[in-house]
Each structure stands twice: as structure tokens, then as C-alpha cells.
Design a protein around this ligand. Structure first.
Ligand code: 3HC
Length: 687
């Protein structure tokens, strides 16, 4: 039974009880409906209180269920009809969170009381959906069209106190919420949201449509949502509910919603890697960060934000003082912008100390090294740390390319060494690649993954290889971008095509942002290490002109104001001249070809990472791309995209492209062939 039933006096108390978040699968909605009907039929019951057991009221419809055949909101909608027909007062008591279908159930109740701080919202838009159980009709009736649009289009929850002001919640409970709700029910009458009239608000609808038009991949869901809200004041309730149900079902089947749901579930699944025990992030209270450069400073801010004490260490006093100043200013500006209170900002500043001697790392539970990217330098730091830190302290390297095992061998306890590859800016980017060395202890990995979560990051475990998951794939993606330029595309076309498809920034704009010099030095190293995998010389030509990207004011684009890329006809000419130098007749390259080749390069290398055991599951690869490289969550990730394209089609295209120019880069990964032969997809490896 998904509902816990009790009776307090003449009030039936029905608590949703499907841990951990009281998600409402169809069977749960049916159970609840039966309980409501039984209570309504029981002459000894005068009123009903609806609540949730555990840490919250309800997180809404069961997302895992949406992929099954019997999804959709039919049972949830039937529950709403039963609540609407109730002739006895129904009081919803909210605590923790009341989200999505959970809030929709509460809105179908006659009254809502909430414990202080309860998070209340309709986040369906973040799954590419609209509220499909009456939310688009009842919320405008309770809070008005403008506020309802604001809540549903952002998907953001509001606190119980703000919900009272908005008219969504009737009372904040004091003491035990259930007891408070039962007391409230004693004086409650029957009052239905559906009976209210919604005042039309054309201005709010119009500005919502204008905002939706700017949201590319999210636009269809937003426009459908706005249509439904508009219908709240133009159609009668039942007709509007039917229209909402239709729109919900259409969106449920959309590619964008599929990608967003995959991204939601994958974000939670990455933390549960088989063989890694659940760790406790609280074992890390004091963290030493070595190296006061951009990375070290960003990591320090992220740790302070998460409540830890940080010792920032750098042997050079000047950069150290500059970094400390910058960190303090960043924390204070968070308060100035109203994101945190002044007291909280001050407590974060107070938890930072600086030192110019490695010995200051002695009390640390965790040391994160972010010094110059050079193996000998890093090994020397780890060897010295081994003499300084406690024998149980965890040692982490922030290397983005070096062999974590070679670094670990320099330390006395390689089982306590791990890679923590933060992405820049480290206090903003959510991805944290957690690099598992050959000897890293599972318990250490578990602790570090818990730390990632405590820091609000998405930790993805990667094995040791050059570039780890993300940069190894990025290299193949870039390779195709450059080859496409040689064959006929121009920089803005490549970038625009990828942005239009769903990247925050196209590949060449990313390189301008990151700094062209880094890629240049990697290419020089690769040319020696892997002569059989040649590169386009184009980015080198850019670098030879000192056009290192945004920081130099010029790269593939010009940056007269420091940030906004401006087209440079000189670069187009350079690209065209380079094709001529190679003896290539330039041809028209379509956007579809750009997207296909860049995506297939990602998929093929992702498959190789899985084969090599560097990435544990396709979903880990997907999360790297969504949280570290700006792939829209609507796209789910490269491996999710491969399944959508169909692996047989992917294989066929790889085979065909591998017969073309620089075709070696598309030689199909054996794993793809194997999956096709077995009639399986990447998703089957996630289970
Ligand atoms: N359905 C199924 N599982 C859910 C879920 C949901 N709606 N919400 C959360 N979960 C699961 C998570 O997958 C996770 O599972 P795991 O332990 O196996 O990894 C577990 O519950 C805990 O979730 P979190 O790790 O996210 O826990 P937090 O405490 O950090 O957050 C939360 C809790 C605020 C409820 C957060 O999970 C959340 O925002 N959930 C999504 C809410 C949502 O989008 N609801 C709308 C659903 S669609 C809908 O209702 C349609 C309707 O209109 C018809």
C-alpha cells in the first residue's frame, strides 16, 4: 500500500508513503484515489488531511515511469476528478517539498497548509513537460496568470512563506504539521480551486510568448504551457483540462523531454557506481589547496561555498595575496548581489587562510594540488606532501591531462590518491571528473563522490587516460570541426550549426574562450606521440599569429570588447587559402553534415572509452557532456543521441565516412558493431 492511513478524531489522515520522495506512479495515484473514496464514503469521517510520510510531501509523478507504456497522467487525472467531487473538506499538509504532480494533488484539495520553508513548485518544464494533472488550470486560479506563468516557465520552487503571499498556501503550520492540519480541518469547508474565475492577462501572455521565442529547444514546451494558461481564462475548466492532457501527452513523446528525463536520471545515477561504497563528505572539513592560480582560486571558492575550511598554499607570496583578495571579493559580491546573506559571506571569508609553506597542509583532511601542469613538478609536490600530511589524508591532483598513476606513485599511499579534474571556472562549472587511479581505494572514491555532491557538483568517475572522458572526446570533436573548415565550411558556420543544434558554444568559440595556446601545446605533443593521427594545421596557423583567443583579443574571431566574438574576414580568407594549399576544391558543406560529423566523432570516441573501461556506463559519458561541455540537457548526451539515431544507422554512417577523407578517424569502435550485432543499444549498458 502506497498510502498510510490513520484517523485522528473524525479526520482521516492519508499519507503518501513511497520513499524516498513520495513519487506518484499510476498505481500510487490509484491507491490514493481508493483511500480518498473510502474516506468520503465513511460516515465517521468529517474531513480528510492529505500529507506525505518522510522528508517531503511529494516530488510529483514518478519520472522513471514515463518511459513505460502505461505512462501518461490518466490515473492522476482520475484522482483529481475524485478530489473535485469530494463533498467533505480536504486539507493538504505540505512539508519539505511539494513539486509537480504533488503540488497538483495539493491544489485539487480544498485547502493547503505548509510547514515553514517547504519548497513548492511546478518544475515540469525542466523535464520538457507542462504540468499535466490540472496544474496549468488550478495554479492561475489560485495565484493569477502572471505569477503562474512565472512559476511554471522557470520551474523554480518558492518557499511556503512566499506561497502564502501568492495565495497558493492558506497557512504556515506551527509545531507538528499533521496535528496543525487536523486542527485546521476542524473549521474547514468545501472550496474548490476549479470554481474560481481567472482574470485574463493578455500582457502577461504576450510577454511570456516573447520570452519563450528566445529559448530554442525549450520553446515548444513553453509555448504549449502558455497556450494552456491562456485557456484557463478562455475555455471552461473541463475543456481546458482536456487540452492540457493532450499537450502533456504530446510533450511526453517529444525528443527534448526524452533527453531531459535521461539527463535527470543520469545525474542521479552517476553517483551510484557499482563497487563504490556510499561515502561521507563530512570527513573533509579542512582542505588544503596548493597553487593560487585561476584553478586553485576557483576550487577554493567552491570549497568555501560548500562550508569547508580552506588553506590556500602557494610558495610565491604575490600571487597568493592576489588570489586571497580575489576570493574574498568574489564571496563578498555574492552577498552584494543578494545571493547569500552578508553574515554567510563573512563566515566563508573567515574560513579561508593562506600560507606560503607546504607544511600548512599538515592538518588537512584533503589536499587538492593545482600547480603547474608538469608531471615532475606534481610528483615532487606529492612526494613532499607524503611527509607532511596525516596518513589518512586524501591527496588529489587537479591535472587535466597527466597520468594520475604516475603522480600517485610519488606519494607514500597511492590508494589515497585520486584525480579531481575541475572545469574552469571551478566555482561555477558543475562537472567534476573524478579520476580513479589503478590503486585508488573504493572507499576514497566514495568519499570524493560525496564531496562532489556536497559541493553541488556532478562527479563522474573516469579511469586514467590522456584527456580522461571529456577531453579525449573533445579532441575528436575538434578534429572534425577543423577538417570541415578545410573542406568548405567557415568558422561561424561550424559554430552556429553546433549552437543551433544544442551546444552553448560552438567548438571554435570554445577554443577561443579556453585559450588556443593550450590546444597548440597538446597538438605539438601529440604530433610526436601519435604521428599516425594527423591534425589539421589550421589552428596552428591561428596560433602562429598569436591569436590565442579571447584573452589575446583575437582567435578564430575578433574580441574588440573582450568577450563578444566578431566575424573576421581575414580568418575566412586564411581558411580558404589553406584549402587551396592542400589542393582541396572547397565544396558546400551543409549544417546537417557539420552536426552529423561532429556528433559521430563524439559517439565513436565515447564507445572507445566504454570499451577501454575508462567510462563505466554510457550515462557517465553523457553527464560529462551535459555538465562540462555545454551540451543542452534536451539532447541527453552523445550516447543518448546515438540510441536515438539508432546504432545500426550510426554504424552505417561511420563505415561510410571511414571510406572518405581522413577516414581513419571514423573507423567504427568495435563496441558499436558488437551492440548492433546483438540488437542492443547504449541504454542497455546503463542498466
Ligand atoms: N520521480 C521518480 N523519482 C524521483 C523523482 C520523481 N519525480 N524525484 C526524485 N526522484 C528520485 C531520484 O531519482 C533519486 O533517486 P535515487 O536515490 O535512486 O538516485 C531520489 O528520488 C532522491 O532524489 P534527489 O537525489 O534529487 O534528492 P534531493 O533530496 O536532492 O532532491 C527533490 C529531492 C527536490 C524532490 C528532487 O529530487 C527533485 O527536484 N525531483 C524532481 C521533481 C520533479 O521534477 N517533479 C515533476 C515530475 S513530472 C510530473 O509531476 C508530471 C505531472 O505534472 C503529471
Amino acid at each position: 500500500m502506497a498510502v498510510a492511513i490513520s484517523k485522528i478524531g473524525d479526520v482521516a489522515v492519508l499519507l503518501l508513503d513511497t520513499p524516498p520522495v513520495n513519487a506518484v506512479a499510476p498505481a500510487v495515484a490509484e491507491d490514493l484515489m481508493r483511500c480518498v473514496q473510502a474516506a468520503l464514503a465513511d460516515p465517521a469521517v468529517r474531513a480528510i488531511v492529505l500529507g506525505g510520510a518522510g522528508k517531503g510531501f511529494s516530488a510529483g509523478a514518478d519520472i522513471a515511469d514515463f518511459d513505460r507504456a502505461e505512462a501518461g497522467g490518466a490515473s492522476m487525472r482520475a484522482l483529481m476528478v475524485a478530489l473535485d467531487a469530494a463533498a467533505k473538506p480536504v486539507v493538504a499538509v505540505l512539508h519539505g517539498f511539494a513539486l509537480g504532480g504533488g503540488l497538483e494533488i495539493a491544489m485539487a484539495a480544498h485547502w493547503r497548509v505548509a510547514a515553514p520553508g517547504t519548497q513548492i513548485g511546478l518544475p515540469e518544464i525542466n523535464l520538457g513537460l507542462l504540468p499535466g494533472a490540472g496544474g496549468t488550470q488550478r495554479l492561475p486560479r489560485l495565484v493569477g496568470v502572471a505569477k503562474a506563468l512565472d512559476m511554471m516557465m522557470s520551474g523554480a520552487a518558492i518557499g511556503a512563506e512566499a506561497a502564502v503571499v501568492a495565495g497558493l498556501v492558506d497557512e504556515i503550520t506551527q509545531g507538528d504539521p499533521i496535528a496543525a492540519a487536523v486542527a485546521f480541518a476542524a473549521g474547514a469547508t468545501v472550496r474548490r480551486a476549479r470554481d474560481r474565475v481567472v482574470a485574463a492577462d493578455g500582457a502577461a501572455i504576450e510577454s511570456a510568448r516573447a520570452a519563450a521565442a528566445k529559448r530554442r529547444l525549450r520553446m515548444p514546451a513553453l509555448l504549449a504551457l502558455i497556450d494552456c494558461v491562456e485557456a484557463a481564462s478562455t475555455l471552461d475548466f473541463d475543456a481546458a483540462i482536456a487540452a492540457e492532457a493532450d499537450r502533456f501527452d504530446t510533450l511526453l513523446a517529444s525528443a527534448a523531454s526524452g533527453g531531459l528525463r535521461h539527463a535527470f536520471m543520469a545525474e542521479r545515477a552517476v553517483a551510484r557506481l557499482p563497487g563504490i561504497p556510499k561515502g561521507d563528505a563530512m570527513v573533509f572539513e579542512t582542505v588544503a589547496v596548493i597553487g593560487a592560480g585561476t584553478m586553485g582560486s576557483g576550487i577554493a571558492i567552491a570549497l568555501l561555498d560548500a562550508g569547508m575550511h580552506v588553506v590556500l598554499i602557494d610558495l610565491r607570496p604575490e600571487p597568493l595575496a592576489a588570489a586571497a583578495g580575489k576570493i574574498r571579493r568574489t564571496l563578498e559580491s555574492q552577498a552584494e548581489r543578494g545571493r547569500i546573506s552578508a553574515d554567510l559571506a563573512q563566515s566563508r571569508v573567515a574560513r579561508l587562510s593562506v600560507a606560503s609553506d607546504l607544511a600548512a597542509a599538515a592538518p588537512a583532511d584533503l589536499v587538492i594540488e593545482a600547480v603547474f601542469e608538469d608531471l615532475a613538478v606534481k610528483r615532487a609536490v606529492f612526494a613532499e606532501l607524503g611527509r607532511i600530511v596525516r596518513p589518512d589524508a586524501v591527496l588529489a591532483s587537479n591535472t587535466s591531462t597527466l597520468d594520475v598513476d604516475a603522480i600517485a606513485r610519488a606519494a607514500p599511499g597511492p590508494e589515497r590518491v585520486v584525480g579531481l579534474h575541475f572545469f574552469s571556472p571551478a566555482n561555477i562549472m558543475r562537472l567534476l571528473e573524478v579520476i580513479r587511479g589503478a590503486r585508488t581505494a573504493p572507499v576514497v572514491l566514495g568519499q570524493v563522490m560525496a564531496l562532489a555532491r556536497r559541493m553541488g557538483k556532478v562527479g563522474v568517475v573516469s579511469g586514467v587516460c590522456d584527456g580522461f572522458i571529456g577531453n579525449r572526446m573533445f579532441e575528436e570533436y575538434l578534429r572534425q570541426a577543423y577538417l570541415l573548415l578545410e573542406e568548405g565550411a567557415l568558422p561561424a558556420q561550424v559554430d552556429d550549426a553546433m549552437e543551433q543544434w544544442g551546444f552553448a558554444l560552438g567548438p571554435l568559440r570554445v577554443m577561443d574562450l579556453a585559450g588556443q595556446d593550450i590546444g597548440w601545446s597538446i597538438r605539438k605533443r601529440r604530433a610526436v606521440e601519435q604521428p599516425e593521427r594527423p591534425y589539421s594545421r589550421l589552428p596552428d596557423l591561428i596560433c602562429e599569429q598569436g591569436r590565442f583567443g579571447q584573452k589575446a583579443g583575437a582567435g578564430w574571431y575578433l574580441y574588440p570588447d573582450g568577450r563578444k566574438p566578431l566575424h573576421d574576414a581575414g580568418i575566412d580568407a586564411l581558411v580558404v587559402a589553406h584549402s587551396a594549399m592542400l589542393g582541396l576544391a572547397r565544396r558546400a558543406v551543409g549544417d546537417a553534415e557539420i552536426v552529423e560529423r561532429c556528433l559521430l566523432a563524439l559517439i565513436n570516441e565515447g564507445a572507445r572509452l566504454l570499451e577501454d573501461g575508462i567510462a563505466a556506463r554510457p550515462l557517465d559519458v553523457d553527464q560529462v557532456w551535459v555538465h562540462g561541455y555545454g551540451m543542452a540537457p534536451e539532447r541527453g548526451g552523445p550516447m543518448f543521441q546515438a540510441d536515438r539515431m539508432g546504432l545500426a544507422h550510426v554504424l552505417e554512417r561511420l563505415v561510410s565516412l571511414s571510406a572518405g577523407r581522413e577516414g581513419w578517424a571514423f573507423r567504427p569502435a568495435p563496441l558499436i558493431r558488437k551492440l548492433v550485432d546483438e540488437g542492443r543499444d547504449f541504454a542497455s549498458l546503463n542498466r
